[in-house]
Design a protein around this ligand. Structure first.
Ligand code: ADP
Ligand code: MG
Length: 258
């Protein structure tokens, strides 16, 4: 039975999409069957796999708007075992359309649940807001990964995110356990990076898991999307790719320990 993991932080630029693309690629390379669901209208995960978003006629929006069956929106990627449900700008309309529908926060969950058993992992790449799409990702996910950029103000907005997660739990009766906090864009050479790491440890309660793997700031990770490839395909040996492979192994170990 697949596990649905939503990658959430309403802050833009903290590495959500980079994590969704490269962690799912790494897991697929390690033999897992993985689906990535892009629910950001900016569609960076979609273009990160070289999918031309202008030419798409079946996207996650087609599913949400009831125009397509979810099975018909699953696209292959250049990595065997790895599939994507792409997004495009049409999804930005969903924010408005969804609110007028009954049960609008469970639409994504209801769409994905029937295909859950077809994959080992399903990752949802959320947009940088706490709007309806992110709410749908919180409800659909069995658990949440929160990427946090190692910089000043890294934890700004984190209280709002945790509050939203609590509301989803209490009002919608949908638990959102944290799978792990992931430190991204880390520069270990600076005192700042180390300080932020300590700050994150102090902020979360000790029962929240912080991934042992830390994602370094690595130029190859930033270059890869412009080539329409996950970094693991673009440059498998670079520090960024190696970190995401380690993270994939850490995730698999967590499953084995259960
Ligand atoms: P988000 O999805 O949270 O908005 P992205 O994953 O798109 O964030 O990352 C924001 C920008 O930072 C992108 O240009 C991306 O290529 C770059 N980036 C992300 N992670 C790293 C990293 N570890 N090292 C270098 N650049 C990174
Ligand atoms: Mg993104």
């Amino acid at each position: 039975m697949g596990e649905i993991i939503s990658i959430i932080n309403q802050k833009g630029g903290c590495g959500k999409t980079t994590t969704a693309v490269n962690l799912s690629s790494a897991l697929a390379i390690l033999g897992k069957k993985v689906l990535i669901v892009d629910i950001d209208p900016q569609a960076n995960a979609t273009t990160g796999f070289g999918v031309n978003k202008a030419e798409l006629n079946s996207t996650i929006y087609s599913v949400i708007s009831g125009e397509a069956k979810i099975e018909d929106t699953i696209h292959e990627t250049m990595i065997p075992n790895l599939y994507i449900i792409p997004s495009n700008l049409a999804l930005s309309g969903a924010e408005v359309e969804l609110t007028s529908q009954i049960g609008y926060h469970t639409i994504l969950k209801e769409a994905i649940d029937p295909i859950k058993r077809d994959f080992d992992y399903i990752f949802i790449d959320a947009p940088p807001s706490l709007g309806i799409l992110t709410l749908n990702a919180l409800v659909a996910g069995d658990s949440i990964i929160i990427p946090i950029q190692a910089e000043y103000y890294a934890l700004e907005g984190m209280a709002d995110l945790l509050k939203t997660m609590k509301l989803v739990e209490s009002r919608l009766k949908s638990p959102c356990p944290i799978k792990g906090i992931l430190l991204t864009l880390y520069d270990g050479r600076t005192r700042l990076g180390r300080e932020v790491y300590q700050e994150i440890k102090n902020f979360f309660s000790p029962q929240e898991y912080i991934f042992k793997t830390i994602i370094p700031r690595n130029i190859r990770l930033a270059e890869a999307p412009s080539h329409g490839k996950p970094c693991i395909i673009y440059d498998k040996d670079c520090k960024g790719s190696q970190a995401y492979l380690k993270l994939a192994e850490e995730l698999i170990e967590m499953e084995d320990e259960k």
